[in-house]
Design a protein around this ligand. Structure first.
Ligand code: ADP
Length: 311
């Protein structure tokens, strides 16, 4: 049994610089590297790193970049048999400019093959994997009709569904009926609920509003403040772990992978959020969206932080 992850896979091109260029200006970069990214791939790699069989349904173009990112996530333990190759387009890419003086970033994503992922690719994977997956984890970097199809079908088949509604997009709110766990950050929670989730109080009200729309559980991530765990009739704040921040890109993806693995293993939901906080905290001590800790590292971290409760 395993986790089914449906979403994007990208080649992320990073350039570091000490100064962002103004329009029309050219500045010198200090370093360059290419890493595999995309929320779907990041979350699938996270689940595999944490020791759970992870199946990725995604799409790449028929180009060298596609072959490179697929090889990479496969080498990290993800089953890529259900990744569709569309020869008519390019693999999704992100151009990320990191400003070393301010810590800010500028990102442009060209989705390319993300847009080729269709409901039939989901159906093919589900037909094959029926009985071998029990949790669905999906996000919003692929076409919405594909996401909606996946949520409806997986619910029908009895899977537990997790929707990480990232990046923020307008959704048909009726789909939330098919979501067991909804995991927005503050921006996404504001967009979906219409309640400003900037303050702690606002975030709580936004999460409460979202539970009225269908999800059994809303886990609203609060960056360095951890996460709010809200169900109809109960609310809890699970604080973040204090760590040395190196790179927060992919913190949300690591959190979602941790949560999916915990739910897959049947952890009680409060422990699941604690576990997800630990996975995300360890990820942000390292560079790269896919630098997710493995299971042993998470357990040692929890033990060292006095969290010896059985996980
Ligand atoms: P996203 O990356 O999707 O915007 P958040 O910023 O809310 O999401 O972060 C997701 C999770 O990552 C948080 O719930 C928390 O567990 C962890 N996290 C993020 N920033 C920090 C930080 N500075 N210190 C500790 N944990 C953090």
């Amino acid at each position: 049994m395993g986790v089914l992850v449906i979403g994007s896979i990208h080649a992320d091109f990073y350039v570091k610089t000490w100064k962002f260029p103004s329009p029309g200006e050219t500045v010198k970069g200090s370093s360059f590297f290419v890493l595999t990214g995309g929320k779907g791939a990041n979350q699938a790699v996270g689940c595999a790193r944490l020791g759970v069989p992870s199946y990725l349904v995604s799409a790449v173009g028929g180009d060298d970049l596609g072959r490179m990112v697929l090889r990479d996530v496969q080498s990290k333990g993800v089953d890529v048999s259900y990744v569709h190759v569309d020869p008519g387009t390019h693999t999704g890419v992100a151009f990320i400019v990191l400003n070393e003086s301010t810590g800010e970033n500028l990102i442009v994503v060209a989705p390319g093959a993300d847009d080729s992922l269709r409901p039939e690719h989901v159906e093919r994977a589900l037909t094959d994997l029926q009985g071998r997956v029990r949790v669905l984890l999906t996000q919003l970097e692929v076409p919405l009709d594909t996401v909606y199809y996946a949520l409806r079908r997986c619910k029908e088949l009895g899977l537990t569904t997790i929707l990480n509604p990232a990046p923020a997009r307008k959704l048909d709110l009726g789909i939330l009926e098919y979501v067991d766990f909804l995991t927005p950050n503050r921006v996404e929670a504001t967009q979906l609920s219409g309640v400003d989730a900037t303050s702690f109080e606002g975030a709580l009200r936004a999460a409460e509003r979202l539970t009225e729309l269908g999800p059994r559980v809303v886990v609203l991530t609060l960056g360095s403040d951890g996460a709010l765990l809200v169900t109809r009739g109960s609310a809890k704040h699970v604080p973040a772990f204090r760590v040395r921040v190196v790179d927060t890109v992919g913190a949300g993806d690591a959190f979602n992978a941790g949560l999916a693995v915990a739910i897959y293993e049947g952890m009680d939901i409060e422990r699941a959020v604690l576990f997800a906080n630990a996975v995300a905290a360890l990820k942000i001590t390292r560079v790269g969206a896919q630098s997710v800790p493995d299971r042993r590292e998470v357990e040692e971290f929890l033990a060292s932080r006095g969290e010896l409760r059985e996980l």
